[in-house]
Design a protein around this ligand. Structure first.
Ligand SMILES: Cc1cc2nc3c(=O)[nH]c(=O)nc-3n(C[C@H](O)[C@H](O)[C@H](O)COP(=O)(O)OP(=O)(O)OC[C@H]3O[C@@H](n4cnc5c(N)ncnc54)[C@H](O)[C@@H]3O)c2cc1C
Length: 290
């Protein structure tokens, strides 16, 4: 790997000024699991790396019933998975984090780094979208808050300005009748990254679906809600047939990517299966296993 200067600012404004001064020659690094790989593969060759690890205020997880969860950008996947407050108030998020990659990556990679890299083959963005998450971006100019939909612009592209850092992820407190389920599909058990994912957050009363937020991720350039399926589920008693119909709507409405890991049509089929199983599983139907 080529040589670079390693900078360790203490505050977000200080880091932001470094990024503004050094421009394209500079990259932020948190856990380094994605960035160091990209540097080793010579996809990027920054002359300066600004470490986020010493920054104040980017760590920790807290919960307030009115404000919901606040997750520091430097929180690692493993911390999210084992956090008592996350498991209690947002169990779908904790269950998702426990499935990310492998133990090494979960203990080194941060949630912030995952979101800022904007790799489509990842788990947290879709799950956070189903939760209605917001992201706090900080710079020497101050802070701004974006919805995760606004933050994720395209394949590997986010709304971060060159001098901005992701500071915090905010997740609204789910209502008491909320129930969610996250499903990831991998082509082989040996793969770490999802080929398709479905995040479903509902408000339900037994088999009656009062409200649904359904997000497809990993198989598409950026995760997205499938509003036609959400509307289809709203107010319905969910049976296996309803789950299958909703899954058909989802697979018809997405625009999957095609690459060496799978064609668009294969991904569309896997999303249909993952979606039907997710709905069936959440509503306690037997179709979960088929
Ligand atoms: C073998 C392997 C398997 C994986 N499998 C999965 C998987 O199954 N599911 C999944 O979701 N992910 C998976 N990943 C991706 C993994 O989740 C990310 O690599 C990790 O979360 C990135 O976090 P990091 O702290 O290491 O980021 P870094 O590598 O430090 O940074 C990643 C990018 O984000 C930027 N960045 C980091 N933090 C900030 C910040 N606070 N503000 C602004 N910019 C920032 C950096 O400049 C860089 O561009 C896998 C990765 C590997 C290597």
């Amino acid at each position: 790997m080529h040589e670079f200067d390693f900078l360790q600012p203490r505050t977000v404004p200080e880091a932001s000024r470094m990024l503004a001064d050094l421009g394209d020659e500079c990259r932020v690094m948190a856990g380094g699991t994605a960035l160091l790989l990209a540097m080793r593969q010579r996809m990027v060759a920054p002359s300066h790396v600004v470490s986020a690890m010493q920054l104040e205020g980017l760590r920790g997880i807290s919960f307030d019933p009115r404000q919901g969860l606040r997750i520091g950008a430097l929180v690692k996947h493993a911390e999210l998975a084992r956090s008592e407050v996350v498991r209690r108030y947002c169990p779908m998020l904790a269950a998702m984090a426990a499935q990310v990659a492998n133990p090494q990556v979960r203990n080194q990679g941060t949630l912030g780094g995952n979101l800022c890299y904007a790799d489509p083959a990842t788990d947290p963005p879709g799950c956070l979208m189903a939760h209605g998450a917001q992201l706090v971006l900080g710079s020497a100019r101050g802070e701004r808050v974006l919805s995760i939909e606004e933050f994720l612009v395209d394949y590997y592209v986010t709304a971060l300005e060159p001098d901005e850092l992701l500071v915090e992820i905010r997740v609204p407190a789910p209502p008491s009748d909320a129930d969610g389920r996250y499903t990831r599909f991998m082509r082989t058990a040996a793969e770490h990254r999802p080929l398709a994912s479905v995040s479903l957050m509902t408000r339900r009363d037994g088999a009656l679906c009062r409200e649904a937020r359904l997000v497809v991720g990993a198989s598409v350039a950026i995760p997205g809600r499938v509003t036609r399926a959400e509307e289809f589920l709203r107010g319905r008693t969910v049976t296996e047939m309803v789950a299958a119909e909703a899954a058909d709507i989802v697979s018809a409405d997405i625009e999957p990517i095609s690459d060496t890991r799978g064609t668009a049509e294969f991904r569309r089929d896997m999303v249909r299966v993952a979606c039907r199983r997710t709905i069936a599983g959440l509503f306690g139907l037997t179709g979960e296993e088929t």
